[in-house]
Design a protein around this ligand. Structure first.
Ligand SMILES: O=C[C@H](O)[C@H](O)COP(=O)(O)O
Ligand SMILES: C=C(OP(=O)(O)O)C(=O)O
Length: 365
C-alpha cells in the first residue's frame, strides 16, 4: 500500500464514522412506554373524581383572582418516594383541612419529578425502585395510582411539571402546578402551561430574577403552536389558547430571600407594570429559608403577618416543604427511615399542623 492509499483509507474510515454519528438517535437506546390514554384507561379517574378536581381548580382560581379571600397553603414533601408515607401525610392533611376550611385551602405537594442542579435521583416517576434501575413505566403507573388515591381522599394536589411529556399522564388529577426556578425561562415549559387547564405558578429564577417569572406568565397566558404529544402518544402539532391562571411564586434567589414586605411590594408593582394580576404565592423553603428547613416557620409566620397586620392582598398562597418527620436522609434503598425526605430537608407534621392552626387563628377576625 502506498502512503497516499493509506491516507485515503483512513480518511474514508473517519468519514464513515462521522456519518454514522450524525443521526443522534443511533447513539441512544429507546424503550416504548404506554400512551397517556392507555395508562389513563388502566388507572381510570371516575367522573366524580374529575368533578372534584375541577371544583378544586375553580376554588384556587377564585383565591388567585380575589373572589375567595382564603389563603392557599401548598404543603407536602420535597419529593414523594414512598406511597404509604404519602398517604399517611394525605390523611392527616385532609383531617386538618376540616379544621381550617373557612380561612384556608390546603393543597398537598405531590412532586414526582425533581429538577437537579447537576445530577441526583430525579424522582419517583423516573426511578420508583430508588436503585438506578429507572423503570419509568412503573414510575408513571405508581405516580398516577398515588394521585388517584390522594385525590380520592378529597384533597387538591400540586406538582412541579418538569418534563412536558409527563403531563398528559397526570394533569387531569392536578389542581395546581409549579414551573420551577430552573425552568421558568424555558419556552417549552411556557408552551406546555399555555395548554394546561390548571392554575400554574412560575417561580423566580435561581439567581433571584423576577423578570423571567413575569415573562413566563405573559407567555403562558398567550396562545401557542408547538411540537408535543397527543393522548395517543403520537407526536403532534399542539395548539393552545393560553392559561389565564398563571401567576408568580417567590422562592428567593442567590441574592437572598424575597418573601419580606418590601420584596412583595416590588413584586406587586412589577406585576402591575406588566399588566398582570396581583397574585403572589410565597415558597417558605429553598432560598427563602436559606435552604435551612428550620427557618421555614419564620418565613411562614412573616407571610401570615403581612396578610393580617399589613393587610397585603396580593399574597394568595404559601408553600411549605413538610413531611411526617423532620429533616432529610441520603438515598440508601436498604436503609431508609419512614416518613423522612430523600431530597430537600422538610419540617415535620407536628410543626406543619401547628403553623397552619396558628395561622388560622390569626386569619380569624
Ligand atoms: O427542591 C428541590 C431541590 O432544591 C432541587 O431539586 C435541586 O436540588 P439539588 O440542588 O439537590 O440537585
Ligand atoms: C425544585 C423546587 O423548587 P425550586 O424550583 O424553587 O428550586 C421544588 O419546589 O421542589
Amino acid at each position: 500500500m502506498t502512503a497516499n492509499m493509506a491516507i485515503l483509507q483512513t480518511t474514508e474510515i473517519t468519514e464513515q464514522r462521522d456519518i454514522s454519528q450524525v443521526d443522534i438517535a443511533q447513539s441512544q437506546s429507546a424503550r416504548p412506554l404506554p400512551s397517556p390514554q392507555t395508562l389513563k384507561s388502566e388507572l381510570l379517574a371516575t367522573d366524580a373524581l374529575l368533578q372534584q378536581v375541577a371544583g378544586h381548580r375553580r376554588e384556587i382560581e377564585a383565591i388567585l383572582n380575589g373572589t375567595d379571600d382564603r389563603l392557599m397553603v401548598i404543603t407536602g414533601p420535597c419529593s414523594l418516594h414512598d406511597p404509604e408515607a404519602a398517604l399517611e401525610y394525605g390523611r392527616k392533611l385532609k383531617m386538618l383541612q376540616a379544621q381550617v376550611e373557612d380561612k384556608m385551602l390546603l393543597v398537598m405537594r405531590c412532586y414526582f419529578e425533581k429538577p437537579r442542579t447537576t445530577v441526583g435521583w430525579k424522582g419517583m416517576l423516573y426511578d420508583p425502585s430508588l436503585d438506578g434501575s429507572h423503570d419509568m413505566e412503573t414510575g408513571l403507573k405508581s405516580a398516577r395510582a398515588l394521585l388517584l388515591e390522594l385525590t380520592g381522599l378529597g384533597l387538591p394536589v400540586a406538582t412541579e411539571a418538569l418534563n412536558p411529556l409527563a403531563m398528559p399522564y397526570l394533569s387531569d388529577l392536578l389542581s395546581w402546578v409549579a414551573i420551577g426556578a430552573r425552568t421558568s425561562e424555558s419556552q417549552i415549559h411556557r408552551e406546555m402551561v399555555s395548554g394546561l387547564g390548571v392554575p400554574t405558578g412560575f417561580k423566580n429564577g435561581t439567581d433571584g430574577s423576577l423578570e423571567i417569572a413575569l415573562n413566563g406568565i405573559k407567555s403562558a397566558m398567550s396562545p401557542h403552536s408547538f411540537l408535543g404529544m397527543d393522548g395517543q402518544g403520537q407526536i403532534a402539532m399542539i395548539e393552545t389558547s393560553g392559561n389565564p391562571d398563571a401567576h408568580v411564586v417567590l422562592r428567593g434567589g442567590k441574592g437572598g430571600p424575597n418573601y419580606d414586605a418590601d420584596n412583595v411590594a416590588s413584586c406587586e408593582a412589577a406585576l402591575s407594570k406588566a399588566g398582570l394580576h396581583a397574585a403572589i404565592v410565597i415558597d417558605c423553603s429553598h432560598e427563602n429559608s436559606g435552604k435551612d428547613h428550620a427557618r421555614q416557620g419564620l418565613v411562614f409566620e412573616n407571610v401570615v403577618a403581612q396578610l393580617t397586620v399589613r393587610k397585603t392582598s396580593a399574597i394568595k398562597g404559601v408553600m411549605l416543604e413538610s413531611f411526617l418527620k423532620e429533616g432529610r436522609q441520603n438515598l440508601d434503598k436498604d436503609d431508609l427511615e419512614y416518613g423522612v425526605s430523600i431530597t430537600d430537608a422538610c419540617i415535620n407534621w407536628e410543626e406543619t399542623a401547628s403553623l397552619i392552626l396558628s395561622a388560622h387563628q390569626s386569619l380569624c377576625p
